[in-house]
Ligand binder design. Sequence first.
Ligand code: PLP
Length: 383
Amino acid sequence: MHAYLDNAATTPVAPEVVKAMMDVYTTVHGNPSSTHAPGRKAKALIETSRRTIASLLGVPPRTICFTSGGTEADNHAIKAAVSCLGVKRIITSAAEHSAVIKATQQASDRHQLELVHVQHQEDGQVDMGHLAELLAGSEKRTLVSLMHANNEVGVMVNLARLSALCRDHGALLHSDTVQTMGHYPLDLNAVDVDFLACSAHKLHGPKGTGFLYVNPKLRIDGMIVGGGQERMLRGGTENVAGIVGLAEAFAAAFEHMAEHEAHVRAMKARMVQGLRERVPGVVFNGDSDKEDRLYTVLNVQFPEHPNGGMAVFLLDLEGVACSGGSACSSGATLGSHVLRALQFHDPNKASVRFSFSRYTSEADIDFALDAAQKVFAPAEEVV
Ligand code: PLP
């Protein structure tokens, strides 16, 4: 048996998404930019997908720009804020996803921008008092880039509060919502943000698709230029099947959100309880066992143990897929910049992220608990 508990890295593609994409691959051959009937059919699928997503977020369809995923959406937002909207200062956090860390760093290096990092509280949450001080402390045109939920430890910001604070100080707001889109309701009539990022593969859609939400009040340029696709915001022939798959996944996520959430929370609670009982001394980084943290993620710090340095590898050998730090493109784990930034990193103790989805079963959890108990058995039992 195997247990896949790395859903924050990516989720299995839902069968209804595969079906919708296969229908496109097998029946829709036109280039959406072609004016003939097959082209118009492809174009119509893109626009229907855009309308589906926009209506679930309460925004006009033109605010949705399809991208290759979360990384591109984050990059586009940050680069456009700097090159098109006069941003001279960026406030972000050292615990952001590397897409935001590197894009903000690059923007700051290339354009001599002031780059400021907000502090976090002891429990990992953004220190909103410090953010307010930073916002009040400068007249420069500012972009705040803070993620809705952290992908490693699950700490969350209250988007409505963050937005109100940014608006009070005339700052632009980008939020990486990659881990929360499709997992939490989001009504953009009620929360005023400038840019949001979504990645289909975090919500049972295909890899390599996503979108950038751009507030309709803003005028920005494309980051990738070429054909006039996506209303000049992103050149290149659209990934029609991917976009259809994304919309299908998005619609299913919103339609069944409450029931999926209840299921995932139950799986996570089973994992928390099982770990407490079977591996005495575990703690949960960022209080990731708490109700108000991202419910799909549990970040566990195991007690000091000879197997600690190899924990993710040993769990993998037992058939449990989980992660320690975000996976880099080579597949190696480099330790976690997030745990370091939030001061949860302990060189003597292994931290492992388990993450769950609507497809996670009780049997998966029990299997993973057996594996964790085996890997972290009292040292004298380790052979
Ligand atoms: N932002 C966050 C918070 C993520 O978890 C990820 C994926 O790991 C990304 C951005 C990047 O998304 P993508 O894989 O679609 O480029």
